[in-house]
Design a protein around this ligand. Structure first.
Ligand code: HAM
Length: 426
């Protein structure tokens, strides 16, 4: 084939034959996106859309130069005006940029925002990791209290529950404020220092640039070394501890189960205090369905007011893959109620008018314009999973009566043209 899709990306199509590709069917995406929107709106969030690219510096400053996203994964280019731009690798920085730039703090309706964005990261190709992925994300601004963290977490778990996803695990941790992390970083590095040469190559690099990320290492030897490492929870100041206890107690009040995971640090630099992730065992190594946390200070850093903030991003690809792996009840793809097969020019004219009128009434229907043999046209009706088929030929035109055949049962019913025009879905 002359042109092939670029590596690490995928098409979303009406239908896929291979069961392992079913997650790319567009009606499933629409379904998940609709539930995302409804859940966000039930929680009082309003939609925001930002451009697909921003000035590179926005991401570098927000996400942090030492992170994998910035140091290895950004799609960066110069435009014709010699400006350095990057495709959005994540949504929080763009939303904060828009919030600061448009002074959204002056509008009460803009403090809780949600988005359905595609993100671009030059990732090593593997199952569950794509170079263009899609997130349902939310960002809530304005409140320091634990209520805001729990509101956001409740939204995420409600979204997954509404989709019918089972057995997901909410992992939660607190990484305190900058001072707690600075103190912890010293203790953590002191602990790791004697083991430095035994650490994996990746972790040795992280030791210098971003030591907390060593917690993400899947390397067995690293894991062994980490077993006795100090816990960040022992380095929290009183205010962070209180905040974290507040979050845990509110989660319990809402009967949201969680696991405190002191190893959870997350891969973006802007977080402080609460961080969380929801994982599913239905997925392989890339098991995170969504993650987020609090990022007080980011808005101020980007030139906005000093509003505390909290949010999450959930990966649509992995969510649909989990739904399929768990055999969740899924909606049917859209199908025509009526598939009309005209035989001849006059029937085609008349049939086209009937179908056009029915569509105006919101009844999904289709007319076969291929002039194929009847057998082939019926096969198309079958492939489209049409509910009823009507064959419109000479005889029907003369008698003024049509026959609707229900594809699933083979049952037929006669009706006049006038009755068909008044038809509604039952
Ligand atoms: P993140 O953990 O980098 O956080 O991404 C959030 C979610 O996006 C992940 O849990 C995963 O489901 C999905 N995801 C990430 N990378 C990929 C990929 N390469 N392929 C498929 N899915 C992927 C953020 O992006 C933060 N901005 C979330 C946030 C919002 N924090 C506060 N507000």
């Amino acid at each position: 084939m002359e042109y092939q899709i670029a590596k690490g990306v995928f098409d979303i199509l009406p239908e896929e034959n291979d069961p392992s590709d079913k997650w790319r069917e567009s009606h499933l995406w629409r379904y998940v996106e609709n539930i995302a929107q409804k859940t966000a709106e039930d929680f009082g969030f309003k939609e925001i859309r930002t451009p697909i690219f921003e000035r590179t510096e926005l991401f570098t400053r927000s996400v942090g130069e030492g992170t994998d996203i910035i140091s290895k994964e950004m799609y960066t280019f110069k435009d014709k005006g010699d400006r350095l731009l990057s495709l959005r690798p994540e949504g929080t920085a763009s939303v904060m940029r828009a919030f600061a730039e448009k002074k959204l703090h002056t509008k009460a309706s803009c403090h809780k925002l949600f988005y359905l964005f595609s993100m671009f990261r030059y990732e090593r190709q593997q199952a569950g990791r794509y170079r263009q992925h899609h997130q349902f994300g939310v960002e809530a601004l304005g409140h320091e209290s634990s209520f805001q963290d729990v509101e956001v977490i409740h939204l995420l778990v409600s979204f997954l529950a509404r989709l019918g996803i089972k057995d997901f695990v909410l992992k939660i941790n607190s990484i305190g404020d900058k001072e707690c992390r600075d103190n912890y970083r010293i203790a953590f590095k002191n602990y790791l220092h004697p083991f430095f040469k035994d650490l994996s190559e990746d972790s040795q690099i992280r030791f210098e640039i971003n030591p907390l990320r060593i917690w993400d290492s899947k390397n067995e030897k690293d894991q062994q070394i980490l077993e006795k490492a100090p816990s960040i929870l022992d380095y929290l100041d009183v205010s962070s501890q209180k905040h974290f206890q507040g979050v845990l107690s509110l989660l319990s009040d809402l009967n949201i189960s969680y696991v405190v995971d002191p190893k959870l640090v997350r891969g973006l630099d802007y977080y402080n205090k609460t961080v969380f992730e929801v994982t599913s065992s239905a997925l392989g190594a890339q098991n995170s369905l969504g993650g987020g946390g609090r990022y007080d200070g980011l808005l101020k850093k980007l030139g906005g007011p000093d509003l505390p903030s909290c949010g999450f991003g959930a990966g649509i690809e992995r969510i649909i893959q989990t739904m399929l792996a768990q055999n969740v009840n899924l909606p049917c793809p859209p199908f025509p109620q009526i598939f009309l097969i005209p035989l001849g020019d006059i029937a085609e004219n008349r049939g086209f008018k009937i179908i056009s009128d029915l569509r105006q009434k919101g009844i999904p229907c289709e007319i076969d314009l291929s002039r194929k043999k009847l057998r082939n046209a019926l096969r198309t009706a079958h492939e489209l999973k049409a509910r009823f088929v009507i064959i419109l030929g000479e005889e029907e035109l003369q008698s003024g009566t049509l026959e609707l055949k229900e594809m699933a049962t083979g049952q037929t019913k006669k009706m006049s043209f006038e009755d068909l025009e008044k038809w509604h879905i039952s």
